[in-house]
Design a protein around this ligand. Structure first.
Ligand SMILES: [Ca+2]
Length: 536
């Protein structure tokens, strides 16, 4: 069983009642790491001779939701949502309140979670491609070190097949986005390489598969790692029948409607153009239903995910593993509901790049702990490997945050790098790079005649006041831009990856809402008179 020691060993002799990662495992990791320092890739710290002790290692459950915005949970002071099980992960564990993804898009983020790499390194830059041959997924290391591993749910890196991927003993998945309900009576999932009919509502059905597999681990010698990857709450938002219409009458006046996103305020021109597009509040998904209709469905769909989390936690309780199992919940990208006049993700604003993230392990963390440090999707692999007693491979960009809740003063990153590469499928959003610090965020657009953006996140967390043209902030903007490109260089990101176009392009505008006019240029780019009166 998972054992814990007090923190007295390295905190100025003070005894702290909170618990930390098992010290005997950390000691073993350190010792073995020194002898393995010449290795190119991850060294499995549990050599065959150590496998007898594998029962010391925790069981781990990672639950990924799709397009779940960071604040759509009851405990985030949502006006009406009821998410008791998602809330319980925070109240009984840790809320990683500043969690971000390096690219706010399904497939690139999923690839970063599974590889620990930035998007430009794993090169899954859109939602159409398979990961390149030879890509290593962190669950492979867990499997090799003696974990029983399962993947249940949405893989969505390339939609051409749903065959089992490396690293998993048990596999339940489907092609591409999958379906909330079977689209026809013959529609099938891939279960360990066999075609098995989807019987019902996907969130419940995936949870059934996950819980069944957990039950099978009850008497296993091996620790287990479950990767439960929901289709929900991605569009087309489809709640379980039991939740349909539950929020039909709720007041949605709290949603942002893009107020203040104007040329006078130096909001980028492309952002205002996007408002009347597939990803804008004036023409969302090219429909005339508006965001209120969509948002209600979205919230109702999330209730199924909350139920799923509850069922997984109940199963751990039933197996007597609730206190010792590390459970991590996160969203694969953020989601905007009216902020900046937009819906969806992709962009560098916090509402897009920030994700919900909680974790619990009562043996390890005190309930109600909040981590302020900036966590990334690239850190998930290193963190889960750390919990499993494995060293982070040198080539990974992320690092383990396993100890952060109990060591909040530990050295950690002070800047987070964000990248997004233009897709022809959704041509509204340009290639962009951003640097998010604790106080400021700098966003730069590449290959576009528009304004960059600078926000003071402490004074303006909603990113309403673009400071880029304010002379008082010019030194900050210059410094942030310089650091952004330094970080891109350090991370091997000074080349822009490209793909051949594939699939359609959601490029329409709605005339009734000024769809035949482009937005005005930002005030910072418009002059009253010629600048070069001495031209010869
Ligand atoms: Ca997604």
């Amino acid at each position: 069983m998972f054992k814990f020691l007090a923190k007295s060993t390295h905190q100025s002799g003070t005894l702290d009642c909170r618990r930390e990662f098992p010290r005997h495992l950390l000691h073993r990791i350190t010792t073995l790491a020194i002898s393995a320092c010449t290795a190119l890739f991850a060294q499995t710290l549990y050599t065959p001779s150590l496998k007898a002790e594998s029962s010391d290692r925790p069981n781990i459950v990672f639950i990924l939701a799709d397009d779940h915005s960071y604040n759509t949970m009851e405990f985030m002071d949502h006006p009406f949502l009821e998410t008791p099980h998602l809330d319980s992960l925070a109240s009984n564990g840790v809320h990683l309140k500043n969690a971000f993804v390096t690219t706010s898009l399904c497939s690139p983020s999923r690839a970063s979670i599974l590889t620990g790499l930035y998007t430009h390194k794993h090169r899954v830059i859109d939602n159409n491609r398979l990961v390149p041959e030879g890509t290593k997924f962190f669950p492979e290391y867990l499997q090799q070190s003696g974990y029983a591993t399962a993947f249940v749910g949405k893989w969505h890196m390339g939609g051409s097949h749903d065959n089992p991927r490396p690293g998993f003993d048990h596999w339940v998945s489907f092609r591409g986005q999958g379906h909330y309900w079977p689209p026809n009576p013959d529609y099938t999932l891939n279960v360990d390489g066999e075609r098995v009919k989807q019987k019902g509502y996907i969130t419940d059905e995936l949870t059934d598969y996950a819980v069944d597999w957990m039950k099978e681990q009850q008497n296993s010698e091996k620790p287990f790692f479950l990767y439960l990857s929901h289709k929900a709450v991605h569009s087309d938002f489809t709640p379980a029948d039991r939740d349909k219409g539950k929020y039909a009458d709720k007041d949605l006046s709290f949603l942002s409607r893009g107020e203040g996103v104007t040329a006078e305020n130096n909001a980028p021109r492309w952002v205002r153009d996007q408002r009347n597009s597939w990803h804008g509040i004036d023409f969302p998904y090219h429909s005339d239903k508006g965001i209120d209709y969509l948002y209600r469905r979205y919230c109702e769909t999330l209730l199924g995910v909350d139920d799923s989390v509850g069922r997984v936690l109940d199963q751990l309780k039933e197996m007597g593993l609730y206190d010792s199992t590390l459970v991590i919940y996160m969203g694969d990208n953020g989601f905007m509901w009216g902020e900046h006049g937009l819906i969806d993700k992709r962009v560098s604003y916090d509402a897009s790049m920030r994700v919900p993230m909680t974790m619990q392990c009562p043996d390890l963390y005190e309930g109600g702990t909040v981590v302020e440090s900036m966590i990334g999707n690239i850190d998930i692999g290193p963190t889960i490997m750390h919990a499993a007693g494995l060293q982070t491979p040198d080539y990974m960009d992320g690092k383990s945050f396993l100890d952060l809740p109990n060591h909040p003063a530990a050295k950690w990153r002070d800047s987070f790098l964000y990248v997004y590469y233009w897709e022809k499928n959704f041509p509204q959003t340009p290639t962009q790079f951003a640097l998010r610090g604790d106080q400021y965020k700098y966003i730069s657009y590449y290959g576009l005649w528009d304004v960059d953006e600078l926000y003071d996140l402490q004074a303006d967390p909603g990113e309403h006041h673009n400071l880029i043209a304010d002379p008082r902030f010019r030194p900050v903007a210059k410094k942030m831009e310089r650091r952004l490109y330094e970080m891109l260089g350090e991370a091997g990101g000074m080349d822009i990856p490209m793909n051949r176009p594939a699939g359609g392009s959601q490029n329409k505008r709605w005339e009734e809402k000024d769809g035949d006019h482009a937005a005005d240029f930002p005030a910072a780019l418009v002059v009253d008179e010629p600048l070069n009166k001495e031209a010869r």
